[in-house]
Ligand binder design. Structure first.
Ligand SMILES: Nc1ncnc2c1ncn2[C@@H]1O[C@H](COP(=O)(O)OP(=O)(O)OP(=O)(O)O)[C@@H](O)[C@H]1O
Ligand SMILES: O=P(O)(O)OC[C@@]1(O)O[C@H](CO)[C@@H](O)[C@@H]1O
Length: 319
């Protein structure tokens, strides 16, 4: 395998420390007692990087980190053997709260991020264009901190696209809408985000299918729509005409769904890096993400468990 095919840059413009607590049942407006708690370095791109590194990729991580509390990130990157190219900015990286109930339901409280200055942006751009000299795959995931406009973020995707890079883009709200105009190579909205993009609630697989086809027609090579426990729909550009594939995971016991989407993105990226056939990429990524819901946080403990689960994924070409 060529070195280029094992290397990925993940961009997390707005990382987070995830404070996860488990409660029996969440009650609003009163005191809730958490019986376990953990604080770990996260954010969408960092989660993707963690999974990719467990799978064997050489990962470079970049974005913006508050210099006041980067210790957990530094030790994670060291453990992952990742190249840390995060630009440090004044202040502290946000802490996002995730409350997991006994029935598997998760309530997220996501905070705004650090304040990014023009000087930090210039440093980040310098790093990014240097990384583009030696990398083909870029994963840009998550929301935007103060100081980064959706248009600026879209301009980075556009420039990487013009350089012939493969940009996997997973964001939400205005950042997602702006980024879609910049021709990312692969996007992974969930059904809610897809509804937000088209401005109407998509209630059937057929409606999701039409919305994804409209997006693909704007020049996005791969539109992957995640549907939680129902699985994954993938519309891929093909020489003749775009092709649909659909995967259903086996039934899982849910511990926490936080990071399932990031794990799916990592699986899709890894499969493409390995130049696998589309069916193998989709069944692997689906199994990987299904396994992610049976744990708190992301990461691949046993590749054997993933391949066992992969055999239980159902694949279809058409609805
Ligand atoms: N309950 C579940 N059982 C099995 N697999 C699941 C379940 N929930 C999620 N998955 C797997 O994870 C993938 C991603 O989940 P989902 O569609 O919830 O993404 P998401 O909304 O981006 O997730 P998040 O933002 O929580 O990381 C699904 O397509 C599916 O393969
Ligand atoms: O605010 P964003 O960037 O959209 O999402 C941040 C976040 O919820 O995404 C990850 C799970 O996907 C968590 O680790 C993190 O807290």
């Amino acid at each position: 395998m060529s070195d280029l095919n094992n290397k990925v840059v993940t961009i997390t413009l707005n990382p987070a420390l995830d404070l996860t607590g488990s409660v029996n049942e969440l009650n609003l407006g009163t005191v809730n007692l958490a019986h376990t708690g953990s604080l770990h370095a996260a954010g969408k791109g960092v989660n993707v990087a963690r999974v990719l590194s467990d799978l064997g990729a050489q990962v470079t991580v970049t974005g913006f980190l508050g210099r006041d509390n980067d210790a957990l990130f530094c030790s994670l990157f060291e453990k992952m053997n990742a190249q840390d190219q995060f630009v440090r900015v004044d202040g502290a990286t946000r802490i996002n709260v995730k409350l997991v109930e006994e029935n598997g339901q998760v309530s997220d409280i996501n905070f705004p991020g650090v304040n990014v200055t023009a000087q930090a942006i210039a440093e980040f751009e310098g790093n990014l264009w240097t990384l583009a000299e030696t990398h083909q795959f870029f994963v840009l995931a998550g929301s935007l901190p103060t100081g980064i406009s959706p248009e600026l973020c879209a301009s980075w995707i556009q420039k990487l696209h013009e350089m012939g890079k493969k940009v996997i883009f997973d964001s939400s709200r205005t950042a997602l809408t702006a980024g879609l105009t910049a021709q990312p190579w692969l996007i992974k909205p969930n059904d809610e985000e897809l509804s937000e993009i088209v401005g109407t609630k998509l209630t059937s697989p057929q409606a999701c299918q039409q919305a994804a086809e409209d997006l693909a027609a704007t020049g996005i090579d791969n539109v992957v729509v995640s549907l939680g426990a129902k699985g994954v729909m993938w519309l891929a550009k093909n020489q003749q005409q775009p092709q649909w594939r659909f995967a259903q995971p086996p039934k899982m016991t849910v511990v926490s769904t936080v990071g399932a989407g990031d794990t799916l993105v990592a699986g899709l990226c890894w499969g493409h890096l390995q130049a696998w056939q589309p069916e193998q990429i989709l069944s692997f990524a689906t199994a990987l993400s299904a396994l992610a819901v049976s744990q708190v946080g992301v990461g691949v403990e046993s590749i054997k468990t993933v391949t066992e689960l992969q055999k239980k994924v159902t694949l279809n070409n058409l609805f």
